[in-house]
Design a binder for this molecule. Structure first.
Ligand SMILES: NC(=O)c1ccc[n+]([C@@H]2O[C@H](COP(=O)([O-])OP(=O)(O)OC[C@H]3O[C@@H](n4cnc5c(N)ncnc54)[C@H](O)[C@@H]3O)[C@@H](O)[C@H]2O)c1
Length: 274
């Protein structure tokens, strides 16, 4: 299998370690697209970290060159602008693409462009569950006529620093749990882009961006980054709560995210898909 990987930050580098352990045989090739300023470091890191992952390892720092290459699978682990710049082209050429920066799809124009490229070109948009879980049952229940999906993101107050919550609350002095945002998934993803991935994933799996309800909470008792949501449908209701540990390389990224990307890759390689 030939994989094209966009971005070589926290998720990609951890993914290399996990693939080294999980792959029964190396991939035929792995090509990483890096920003030019990080290309040399990426080359050194990949030579070490990727040696058990693929027979041929290449780092490209030119987007046009990356777009000219052929892959069996592309994995985006870079951010909103990379989704927009590269993913539609690969989809329109029939290349299946895993998008990790799912919050990018809260941009309606970009979501439409991606869907059109996939429909016309035949490449599939693969959205891993990322930091959240239970997306299988949410997506499975959609045809039953879901009646409600409500997500609550709860973190210690200081973890909301650098977001509009700072203008609403005196974060260091919050003494009890406060809901500072209540709205739909579209508004949540756009106003809190650093926290957009989970709201967007639930919206895309379930009721869509407008009907998915979101609450964001600053809670001094929160043990970390806690994702809770509940789903109501005519055939089943469920509730899920996940206490995520931050990853060592990027405190904003929950470790579970990398494992869900690993699962998406392994499901394309292994004889059993689960
Ligand atoms: N789906 C989820 O639940 C979920 C959870 C966590 C993170 N994410 C998303 O995954 C993405 C990656 O997260 P991370 O923790 O690895 O971030 P990171 O900042 O550690 O790594 C991103 C890497 O991409 C590179 N990059 C950025 N733009 C690029 C471009 N145009 N071309 C090539 N390289 C580029 C950066 O240099 C960096 O090395 C982020 O967009 C983040 O929001 C999704």
């Amino acid at each position: 299998m030939r994989i094209g990987l966009i971005g070589y930050g926290n998720i990609s580098r951890t993914l290399m370690k996990l693939l080294s352990d999980e792959l029964a045989a190396p991939l035929s090739s792995l090509t990483v697209l890096s920003l030019p300023e990080f290309a040399e470091t990426t080359r050194q890191q990949l030579a070490e970290e990727g040696k058990k992952v693929a027979g041929e390892l290449t780092v490209v720092d030119n987007g046009e060159e990356f777009l000219r290459a052929s892959f069996d699978l592309v994995i985006e682990c870079a951010g909103h602008s990379a989704v927009s710049a590269y993913v539609p082209e690969f989809l329109s050429r029939g290349t299946d693409t895993i998008i990790v920066s799912i919050g990018a799809l809260a941009d309606q124009e970009l979501e439409t462009r991606l869907r059109k490229a996939a429909e016309t070109g035949g490449g599939q948009i693969i959205l891993p569950a990322g930091a959240i879980g239970g997306v299988d049952i949410l997506s499975a229940l959609r045809p039953t006529g879901l009646t409600s999906v409500t997500y609550r993101g709860r973190k210690p107050p200081v973890a909301w620093s650098g977001t509009p919550a700072e203008d609403i609350l005196d974060l260091p002095n919050v003494k009890e749990a406060v809901v500072f945002f209540k709205g739909n998934a579209r508004d949540a993803a756009q106003q809190y882009p650093k926290n957009a991935n989970v709201a967007a994933t639930l919206a895309l799996a379930g009721l869509g961006f407008e009907a998915t309800k979101v609450e964001l909470v600053a809670d001094p008792q929160a043990p970390g980054n806690v994702h809770e949501y509940h789903v109501e449908s005519p055939v089943a209701n469920y509730r899920i709560e996940i206490e995520n540990k931050p990853s060592a390389g990027n405190a904003k990224t929950s470790v579970t995210t990398v494992y869900s990307v690993l699962r998406a890759v392994m499901n394309r390689i292994q004889p059993v898909v689960i």
